[in-house]
Design a protein around this ligand. Structure first.
Ligand code: CP3
Length: 354
């Protein structure tokens, strides 16, 4: 018998069902701004060991939920687990971000890629999901996630992070068939991975398309959104008698909101460069919206943070369908007390809208 979910605001708001207050969780809520995270990471030795050790990954997943009255936990992992399982050799350079030992550049590189079996090659992630569900005891829902095929492809082709995406874009423009082949394999891998997370206990899923917004709207549809849509069509939409909402987050996607809303997802993550009230007028009849305070607002004073929370809530307006979040991940040098102010403000100030 599954443990009853005590706080289901997130799942309800994503599906535009009535809630008492607006739910809030924060992208990268388990991260370096928390002293307890830094401590556990030190104990692990490095970030990858933290991700691949279910007991430690579970521990850091729960840290933000223990500290703040957040309405969701998000699996502690990384989007680059899939390319790592494909054999690219992921490593992190301190202060510089992720790198791959064996980037994907040629037809034979793509031909050699297989779709990892989540239950074996990504077993540590699936075990973490099971462990977190057990430890949460139904306090809040657990969000599972993966990177979008396009965003994963940028890291795989560039061999790490990039400013201009020169290699990935050249591949897309000059060898579109090869780019599509790579994206197809990634879409299959992401679908299997996300469905395994649902089987293990993830109650909602989010696809992170951090770099879809560097494409023209036309290329975005063909090379990023198309593959997210294929994934959405393959995902388990109901588990344990409940709908599993799917959130698509493309950073800088203001120009494409209508197209994203047409993808059969349940909700769209919106960054802070789009007004959430405008987004609601454009697509709010079809999907829920998640976002979208500027992450840098957490550097401001508590009073200013409260005022801004009020502005974002008022912009969305009355009724359900809004999940409060930042427009992108929380940054490592934020004072955790400032996040506490935001979480309380959202719960308190949103009551009038429900
Ligand atoms: O939201 C959460 O709390 C869940 C955990 C999570 C992490 N990464 C943990 C992490 C999630 C959802 C991600 C996704 C991710 N990883 C994305 C897409 C989301 C986004 O931010 O747009 C991307 C592009 C990555 C790849 C990646 N992993 C980068 C660029 C970095 C940062 C490198 C750095 O040093 O700043 C990572 C590492 C990473 N992933 C950290 C965390 C907490 C920091 C690792 C550390 O040093 O402890």
């Amino acid at each position: 018998m599954a443990v009853e979910l005590k706080n289901d605001r997130l799942l309800r708001a994503l599906l535009r069902q009535p809630v008492d207050v607006t739910p809030i969780w924060i992208m990268r809520q388990a991260g370096r701004y928390l002293p307890e995270y830094r401590e556990t990471r030190k104990q692990a030795g490095d970030f990858l060991t933290l991700c691949t050790t279910p007991e430690l990954a579970c521990k850091v997943t729960l840290q933000p939920v223990d500290r703040f009255p957040l309405d969701a936990a998000i699996l502690f992992s990384d989007i680059l687990t899939i390319p790592n399982a494909m054999g690219l050799g992921l490593y992190f350079v301190e202060g510089e971000g992720p790198r791959f030992e064996r980037p994907i550049r040629t037809q034979s590189d793509v031909a050699a890629l297989g779709v990892p079996d989540p239950e074996t090659e990504l077993r540590y992630v699936i075990d973490t999901v099971r462990l977190v569900r057990q430890e949460l005891q139904g306090r809040v829902p657990l969000i599972g996630f993966a990177g979008s095929p396009w965003t994963l492809a940028t890291y795989m082709v560039e061999g790490g992070g990039s400013k201009d995406f020169a290699r990935t874009k050249a591949l897309m423009f000059d060898q579109p068939a090869l780019a599509h082949k790579l994206l197809e394999i990634l879409a299959d891998a992401v679908s299997a991975y996300l469905n395994a997370q649902v089987d293990a206990g993830a109650q909602t899923l989010m696809i992170f398309d951090t770099w879809g917004g560097v494409l023209t709207p036309r290329d975005y549809k063909a090379f990023s959104l198309h593959y997210m849509q294929r994934i959405v069509a393959c995902l388990t939409r109901e588990h344990d008698g409940r709908r599993v909402p799917i959130i698509l987050f493309t950073r800088n996607s203001g120009a494409s909101l209508e197209a994203i809303a047409d993808s059969s997802c349940d909700a769209i993550g919106v960054d802070w460069t789009t007004d959430i009230g405008d987004a609601r007028r454009r697509v709010g009849h079809a999907v829920g919206l998640q976002g979208n305070m500027d992450p840098a607002m957490l550097y401001a004073s508590p009073d200013r943070i409260r005022d801004e929370a009020a502005v974002v809530l008022a912009s969305y307006g009355a009724g359900s369908g809004h999940v409060f979040n930042l427009g992108h991940g929380i940054t490592p040098d934020v004072d955790p007390d400032h996040l506490a102010v935001l979480v309380d403000a959202v719960h308190e100030l949103s009551r009038q809208y429900h």
